[in-house]
Design a protein around this ligand. Sequence first.
Ligand SMILES: [Ca+2]
Length: 318
Amino acid sequence: MLGDPALERHYDERNGGGNGLLDPKIAGRSQRQTLLPQDGGTEESGTLGRATLQAITKVDLGTNSQLNGPRGSTLQLIFEVTNFRQTPMQYFFRVNDELSYLRALNPGSATIAPDQTINVVVTLVINPNAEVGARDKVTFSTEGVDRVSQAAFVTVTDSTGLSDSYQPGLWYTYSSRCEGRSSPGTCAGAFWTVEITARDYETGLLRISSSPRGIVYKAPFTAGTRDDVKATYTASCCQPKVTITATDVSRNARTVSLDVTDIWLNEAGIAAVVLGVLLLIALIVLLVILIRYCVRRRKRAQELPIYRSDARGTRSTR
Ligand SMILES: [Ca+2]
């Protein structure tokens, strides 16, 4: 599926028809290679990327994108394209969808300076005869040195729209920490990694972002999905803090602030602490029983002379 023919003509006019975007061979290649840059990105952040963190192109869906609307409405999706390379790069953009709601793409190409982000606006008009609940899968991708794509589900709603006031779920686990390497003198050259999972049950997850940036998705996902979305964040031990935000299609956001130098216990550590507390409670109970026993014994010992004096017959008992 190569998208809306009108939109492709739009590309053709914009780019003078000479950039090869409409060449079926190139178009086919971009379909096949959709996954490669993202996979490469994950690998980079895990191995060689530890030194550079991210030397790739990244595409994110902007949080002000409109992923649902009633029949006949005009929606805009904003794709944020970032060039993480050290040099300016020229990119061509393309977009396709399944239900032919696409109307415009702006700009069709751009040169992005190092470490800069530009917004590419994709405009859709929902078919007036569309069924409520229909989902159009829109796939945006870059062409040029990197082929990176990001897909999104656009959902047709009734006139009241979708209601969702619940934040997405957000979970994390550290896969490496800066043990012994977190002080300013020892942090250089050491890295830490946290694995993130986010999920939104209502309108679906839009994106996971971080400050400072550096989130890498483990696999391509379609914005609006209700499945788990997994990502990784890796940073130098000299930068121990990060704020991670998961946002759903209705712009509900959940944020966690992490500091890798915080005291933290793994499962074995938690088990040891629980066992220690249980032992302490057992010890206290034992001590209380012992004290009560001793007190009773002493009481009985104090009462004994009275019995003795009784035995001498100074007083009669019973
Ligand atoms: Ca939600």
